[in-house]
Design a protein around this ligand. Structure first.
Ligand SMILES: Cc1cc2nc3c(=O)[nH]c(=O)nc-3n(C[C@H](O)[C@H](O)[C@H](O)COP(=O)(O)OP(=O)(O)OC[C@H]3O[C@@H](n4cnc5c(N)ncnc54)[C@H](O)[C@@H]3O)c2cc1C
Length: 369
């Protein structure tokens, strides 16, 4: 996607000189519960795709206490450089101290682009930082592009998800974006990659550290509802007709390891599924290897949440349903007939494969591989 209009064309030499001072694609590496968040690693894929076009270096910013142990991981997932801000007062996330520390680093180093995950704390930090640095922030983006002028095109769903808007920050730097988790797939780690690290000591006064976090209490997540981590998702829509009928989708999901049942907003609003498993614009963004879209129409607000799935299998009785425009495999038919057949077929293939493996093992003469 490219902004065709003249919007964003900057010609005055003073602004161009100022913009040219900003270099580097940065990501915020968020640490939560003693580990890097998934979206922090996904951001590196987005950052690398921009860097490929602009020729800039990708750097991550790590903030906290004893966080240098994450440098190797960030490097393996695509960072060329890691800035480490360590201070006992930054042990837990707090808006005022983190904003001040990261603002000081950003002012000094002047990155061109700064990406954050659209998580609760990172969203808070990004918006405060944008205000502090007097730049813009495109929130909740799902895709990034670079236009012919080298500007970052920050793409986000708008108007209730009916449109995709392209946001530009032609006169301000850094170009700041929050990206929804699952919008990018993290790349295969390469632990032979080595990145440089640079320690930064922020000047923090008591005034910058007014919030003291005494204790972090985690709400336990039911693993079956952790749909962002599932490899296989069986997602259902209004075509299921009732809460009880979702048992059919649970049977299908049960055939795969690391699989969960998810659904559209309509079914979550009906109370057929909990809202934590809603996929889409006002739900979660997911990118499983396999996504079954069963009895759901494929409204744009749903599609923006699952379009990065590797393989999409759609089952719908209406051959004209939107979901068939985005699926890898489409089955036109009644889900109450198709899903049981699919379950039987998968079970049959599994048994045949197991038998074949046993036959090969039994039939292989000793000494042969
Ligand atoms: C601001 C805003 C935000 C939104 N956010 C989200 C969001 O995050 N996620 C989301 O999902 N939606 C969201 N929506 C709602 C979205 O616009 C759609 O209304 C919703 O996704 C439709 O859900 P559905 O596909 O389950 O139902 P429907 O559109 O009613 O589709 C049901 C489908 O089932 C098929 N069907 C019926 N019976 C059978 C059968 N026996 N066998 C096979 N197929 C059958 C039908 O052909 C139909 O295609 C949002 C809307 C707005 C305005």
């Amino acid at each position: 996607m490219s902004a065709q209009s003249q919007f964003g064309v900057v010609t005055d030499s003073e602004t161009l000189r100022r913009l040219a001072e900003y270099k580097g694609i940065w990501t915020y590496a968020e640490v939560e519960s003693g580990q890097l968040t998934e979206v922090s690693l996904e951001l590196l894929t987005g950052a690398r795709s921009i860097a490929k076009k602009t020729g800039e270096q990708v750097a991550s910013v790590l903030v906290g206490q004893e966080v240098e142990r994450f440098v190797a991981e960030l490097s393996a997932f695509g960072a060329d450089k890691v800035f480490v801000i360590q201070d006992p007062r930054l042990r837990s996330y707090a808006s005022d101290s983190y904003t001040e520390a990261v603002a000081q680093l950003t002012r000094e180093k002047k990155p061109s682009v700064f990406l954050f995950g659209a998580n609760r704390n990172a969203r808070d930090l990004a918006s405060r930082l944008a205000g502090r640095l007097n730049t813009g922030l495109a929130a909740d983006c799902i895709k990034l592009e670079v236009n012919e002028r080298g500007q970052l095109e920050q793409i986000r769903p708008d108007f209730g998800g009916k449109e995709l808007s392209v946001v530009l920050a032609p006169r301000h730097r850094p170009q700041m974006t929050t990206i929804r988790p699952g919008s990018y797939r993290k790349q295969e780690p390469d632990y032979s990659r080595v990145s440089s690290s640079e320690y930064f000591v922020p000047k923090l006064s008591e005034n910058h550290c007014r919030i003291k976090v005494l204790k972090n209490v985690r709400q336990p997540i039911d693993p079956s509802e952790d749909i962002e981590k599932a490899t296989v998702l069986v997602s259902g829509g209004m075509g299921l007709r009732s809460k009880e009928n979702f048992e059919l989708l649970r049977r299908l999901a049960g055939l795969f390891g690391n699989a969960s049942v998810a659904g559209t907003r309509s079914v979550c609003e009906k109370g057929w599924l909990p809202s934590s498993v809603q996929v889409g614009q006002s739900g979660k963004t997911v990118s499983p290897k396999l996504y079954f879209a069963v009895g759901l129409s494929g409204a744009i607000q749903h599609l923006v949440g699952m379009q990065n799935s590797e393989i999409v299998v759609a089952i719908n009785s209406d051959a004209e349903a939107q979901i068939f425009k985005v699926c890898t495999y489409g089955i036109v038919g009644d889900l109450f007939q198709v899903v049981p057949l699919l379950i039987d077929e998968i079970k049959k293939v599994r048994v045949e494969r197991k038998l074949m493996r046993e036959t090969v093992t039994v039939g292989t003469p000793a000494g042969d591989p």
